[in-house]
Write a protein that binds this ligand. Structure first.
Ligand SMILES: Cc1cc2nc3c(=O)[nH]c(=O)nc-3n(C[C@H](O)[C@H](O)[C@H](O)COP(=O)(O)OP(=O)(O)OC[C@H]3O[C@@H](n4cnc5c(N)ncnc54)[C@H](O)[C@@H]3O)c2cc1C
Length: 390
């Protein structure tokens, strides 16, 4: 039986950067994934948006750390991960959204987020051609950005191997024995490993993995679709998030939608369906493209000329309130079974910051600030508060 300090279940948006941080600190780390290579779960489904523009201290602080890692990666290690500092914007088209965004900005600023309110004219300068009817202005957080989830996870993966992390792919975790207080045994379809601590980073399968350790983890896979266009010359600046829901008898109801132009000039976009689409199916629906294209062109008519190259469907690992679930759950004999799950639509952007936090947790070096952040991600909270941007 091979022995490790830490076994991470899942080589995805969370597991790989966690392995990177742990291996960098000389912790003997094994990552196990059922799929053939890193990032083949939901990481490759992400559109690459990276923001610290959230509504609570936990996600803001963790994402600020992630942004530092993404934005300095090329300078530090030389790999181009497609990072651009294009910023995020949430335009307001009614008084209610304007008031909500402005009051949230006060909270965001108090946690050191660089965010400001742009007037209608200032916003039209950075998104020229966006529908100006009823436009009241927009938030703008210029330090947010984007990167390629494919390039980023591979860069993190190869660097973690250099630091000494080990990986086992095409290997499915089938059983976890937490009955002994200081050694956990992880059984897969190919072998058996022991370790001092396990990190559950199983994404959409967090609930099933928790169950192997006798835990009930409230994470549900909720389907979302994305698409990418051909590349064109840069014609607008930030990620645009339209918060307004839409009632549409011709297609179906939808909540917000968002799009940006990546480092190669391709426009990438997503929409939030009106209702949860629970399940792990991977095929695009026939509803998605007509629904989102109609809304995008109404908001930003210039987009009408772009050719869509590809659509896809993946899952947000949803927690009940829209906040991640990180740490040890009180029930059972599992003080060495750490969860880093329920990332919702933000696992890619939270991953690197969370990786550092998890490595401090494993090494029992958590700071007061970390404890504060972890309170927002508490495994045993009552889920009564709902994330404002859920
Ligand atoms: C359309 C779409 C757009 C998105 N856009 C963004 C975005 O712009 N920015 C952002 O931050 N996030 C985005 N997301 C969300 C993001 O993709 C997820 O939050 C993130 O990938 C979850 O990371 P994870 O590490 O928890 O899971 P994953 O990356 O899915 O990794 C989990 C891994 O665990 C493995 N696994 C599970 N169970 C087992 C087992 N028993 N044995 C072995 N291996 C196992 C899986 O094979 C998988 O590889 C988007 C998602 C979708 C669907």
């Amino acid at each position: 039986m091979k022995t490790f300090d830490v076994i991470i279940i899942g080589a995805g948006s969370v597991g790989v950067p966690a392995a990177l941080s742990l291996a960098e600190r000389k912790i003997k780390t094994l990552v196990i994934d059922a799929l053939a290579s890193p990032g083949q779960g939901q990481n490759k489904k992400a559109i690459g948006g990276i923001r610290a523009t959230h509504s609570d201290k936990g996600k803001i602080t963790t994402s600020l750390k992630s942004i530092e890692i993404f934005s300095t990666w090329k300078e530090k290690y030389g790999d181009d991960i497609g990072w651009i500092s294009n910023g995020y914007s949430f335009p307001a088209y009614n008084e209610k959204d304007e008031n909500m965004l402005k009051s949230l900005m006060e909270v965001q600023k108090s946690f050191n987020l660089n965010i400001k309110w742009l007037s209608r004219e200032e916003y039209l300068d950075i998104v020229p051609g966006i529908n100006s009817k009823n436009l009241r202005g927009s938030t703008y957080s210029p330090d947010d950005g984007s990167a390629s989830p494919l390039l980023a996870i591979n860069a993190f993966y190869f660097k973690s191997i250099e630091f000494g992390a080990k990986y086992r792919f095409n290997e499915h975790v089938l059983a976890i024995d937490t009955s002994k207080s200081d050694v956990i045994t992880v059984k897969t379809d190919k072998g058996e490993y022991s370790c001092a601590k396990v990190i559950n980073a199983a994404g959409a399968f967090a609930k099933e993995t928790g169950r192997l350790a006798g835990l009930d983890i409230p994470v549900v896979p909720d389907s979302h679709e994305g698409a990418i266009t051909e590349p064109v010359q840069r014609f607008f600046g930030p990620m645009v998030v339209d918060l307004r829901p839409a009632r549409d008898p011709a297609t179906a109801d939808s909540a917000n939608f968002y799009f940006y132009q990546n480092n190669e000039g391709q426009v990438i976009f997503c929409i939030t369906p009106g209702n949860l689409m629970v399940g792990t199916q991977g095929e695009s629906t026939s509803l998605f493209l007509p629904q989102v294209a109609k809304r995008m062109v109404a908001l930003f008519p210039k987009l009408a000329n772009l050719k869509v190259r590809r659509t896809w469907r993946g899952q947000y690992p949803m927690s009940p309130d829209g906040f991640p679930l990180v740490g040890v759950k009180k029930e059972g004999n599992n003080r060495n079974f750490i969860n880093a799950v329920g990332m919702c639509g933000q696992g890619f952007m939270l991953g690197p910051g969370l990786g550092e936090l998890l490595s401090r947790m494993v090494m029992e070096e958590l700071t007061d600030e970390d404890h504060d952040v972890l309170n927002h991600f508490d495994m045993d909270r009552d889920f009564s508060g709902i994330e404002k941007f859920k």
